[in-house]
Design a protein around this ligand. Sequence first.
Ligand code: ADP
Ligand code: GLC
Length: 501
Amino acid sequence: MKGPATDEGGAPLRVLHVAAEWFPAVKTGGLADVVAALPGAQRAAGLDARLLLPALPALRAALGGAVEVARVGAAFGAARVALLRGTLAGSDVPAYLIDAPWLYDRGGNPYLDPDGHEWRDNPRRFALLGWIAAQLAEGALDPGWAPRIVHAHDWHAALAPAYLAAHGTARTPLARARSVLTVHNLAFQGRFSIDRFAELDLPAWMAGPAGVEFHGDMRFLKGGLMFADRITTVSPTYAREILTPEGGHELDDVLRHRADRVVGIVNGIDDAVWNPATDAAIAERYDAKRLDGKAACKRALQAELGLAPRADAPLLAVVSRLSPQKGLDLLLSALPQWLGAGGQVALLGSGEPALEHAWQAAAHAAPDAVGVRLGYDESLAHRIVAGADLIAVPSRFEPCGLTQLYGLRYGTLPLVHRTGGLADTVVDADESALREDRATGFAFTGAHADALAQAMRHALDGWRHPGAWKRVMRRAMAQDTSWRAPAARYAALYRDALGLG
Ligand code: ADP
Ligand code: GLC
């Protein structure tokens, strides 16, 4: 039967997600969460969604029931490349892993060597990812399966559309595949010297401005933007921002040329992983009808972080990478005022040493009001989101942002800069929103410490009115932050790209 999840023949629409991260095995940011949750939501909606990932050690270790579907031989500097298929632990989504030990069998960060520099051979490592995606779409690798939609995520997979375009219409199954490129963060572009172009095995003309070249370098993401049939990003506001010089990270001109192909679709969150009613990581489970559990989570968090055990102190959380993007320097500037008004802060993060030190110093100066944990800790992230009253996301730019969505789900009111996905997912508790029971948090305009401080004063006012605060909590918790609606939007986009709209 034909429907929104099927191709023209009524078969489940075959979609290949191509990415370098997958939660929980390999994660440097929200990309991993999206790649882990969206294909499952699509399968639940009737699509035949699968994954293609490099066989990084943690992914190889997570792959169960592996069979070798193709032996590619030597490619991209690797003597031995093979394609495995299986399922990743905890998931029922079929996953293809590119087994190329020379390129992928190394520990640590997927992009950086132990000294924090890009791996020297990153052009080849991620070219292979895009190339295999195109080979699969051509029906050259798995005799039993070829995608109609190649859905590439971020610069890591962005050459997949270029390889599809390079191979042209010569092969029939390929002529029927369409590509979608999702930009999770335009700041990361996969930028390399153009001298490395020969390593990519793309036609010579793609070394020019109509291909991957940009201002004398090559940028994988730019190549993807040139050739993808559809370009998406992770919120409608960010989709507009990237078309402007302020938000375009130099690629706004390229994007404007393709503006009719650019769409914003807000992310969901995995509602099995992030659900206060079932969360095994938190002190007590709760939901909108039984909020007592949340008070217990706050007490437990205060005890864990050594904060004063005060129910009346508003506790503001941060769970974040510590990079300039995230605006946590602004929060440091506004901190004295917050603490002066009796507020507390719980921060979990890692990243730039200067920011780590500054936050550590803030915790030393006021240990009973500021709790800081440096590092990456999935379970503590849950306890912080559940135990806090507010979650701050003062990012300078934010394509979507996931932690404010966790906040909504957990009744932990987001306090956000009105940018990108933050602007699309949080309704500021101004008078009219409060009157109409639409408010879900606090938002400020302009990435300045003063604007943030003002929003914090607004939040403090709100905190002094517990009845109104609870109403906002309930409204926040009633938001649909699941993947259901976004999954349906992607399905409609795929059908449109295939001319089935
Ligand atoms: P970005 O991808 O730009 O970092 P997102 O908000 O989309 O931002 O996603 C960040 C993800 O990483 C969230 O799942 C968040 O909980 C998680 N995260 C960030 N820092 C930490 C940390 N120090 N410990 C645990 N989880 C973290
Ligand atoms: C990127 C963005 C973030 C987004 C995530 C998942 O890392 O910085 O805003 O939520 O990707 O799409």
